[in-house]
Ligand binder design. Structure first.
Ligand code: ZN
Length: 284
């Protein structure tokens, strides 16, 4: 069955945040708002945490298999679709042709549905094999497992954050590309926001059971270890969120003492929140 966890992550805010929208009032780019409140969308959180996990993934104890997957992930994540290569799997389900199209009956017996549901009948046998090989690697890759891939949805799910904030309108100048000087008459303003009481992010994480498919292991220990490594980075060094990274905006740091986690019981009984540091000290 695996395990499910809920996290209530509390972030201290070290510099104002710039979550731009395309909406403008006059020449002011407005911050993302819902009613009177400001918002950080779940997609921003996911992108930020994924970036941190990516930068930490190689600096943890990895088996040879996991290391190869993480290295390949880092290599392909720069490319357009970011999918694992489908050309070098040692073994795969048998793929047969039936009436000129791929017969998926054999594949159905051994693979999880999420690993072949996008595989359509018009693929050639070779294409079907490449597809499965890439999907199997994605299944075993801890980064894809946590943050999702084209084959399946993510094991971690992120909330949006809504907060009360103090806006600061800052006027900036654009740089003239021809003369590389500040272009007069090209002034614009952006709404930066100081959250009044830090930021709260809710996350659920499913840690699945160990599963080995055709030599590729989806390893719950590895998924937990990477999650912890990423949280440690957020609490030790912090990160930045929003679109003002290069301007020193959006610096935030996880406050482990104020953050909490809970193991969600399978039976629907009530559960209690515990200090996050207990989770971070977990041996895995
Ligand atoms: Zn991957």
């Amino acid at each position: 069955m695996g395990k499910a966890y809920a996290f209530k992550l509390q972030f201290d805010v070290l510099s104002p945040i710039l979550i731009g929208t395309s909406s403008r009032v006059g020449s002011i780019k407005e911050a993302l708002k819902v009613g009177k409140y400001y918002m950080i969308p779940s997609s921003s959180w996911k992108g930020t945490l994924k970036r941190e996990a990516l930068s930490e993934a190689l600096y943890m104890p990895l088996s040879q298999e996991a290391k190869a997957l993480v290295e390949e992930h880092l290599r392909v994540s720069d490319e357009k679709f970011g999918v694992h290569s489908g050309s070098d799997c040692a073994s795969l389900p048998q793929v047969k042709e039936k009436n000129g199209s791929v017969d998926v009956s054999e594949i159905r017996k051994t693979l999880e549905p999420e690993l072949y549901h996008l595989m359509h009948q018009s693929l050639s046998v070779e294409e079907a094999k490449r597809y499965m090989c890439s999907a199997l690697k994605s299944f075993a890759c801890p980064l894809d497992s946590i943050f999702g891939s084209i084959y399946f949805t993510s094991l971690a799910n992120f909330s949006s954050s809504v907060f009360a904030g103090k806006p600061e309108i800052r006027t900036k100048v654009t740089i003239d590309r021809e003369t590389m000087t500040a272009a007069e008459g090209h002034l614009y303003s952006e709404e930066e926001v100081w959250p009044l009481d830090g930021l709260t992010l809710y996350v659920t994480l499913i840690v699945p059971e160990r599963r080995i498919l055709y030599g590729y292991t989806r390893d719950p220990g590895l998924i937990t270890a990477l999650w912890i490594k990423m949280l440690m980075k957020l609490s030790d060094l912090g990160t930045s969120i929003g679109s003002g990274k290069s301007k020193g905006l959006g610096l935030i740091k996880l406050n482990a003492d104020k953050s909490q986690y809970a193991a969600i019981p399978e039976s629907g009984e009530s559960y209690s929140w515990k200090g996050l540091s207990e989770f971070l000290n977990k041996t895995y």
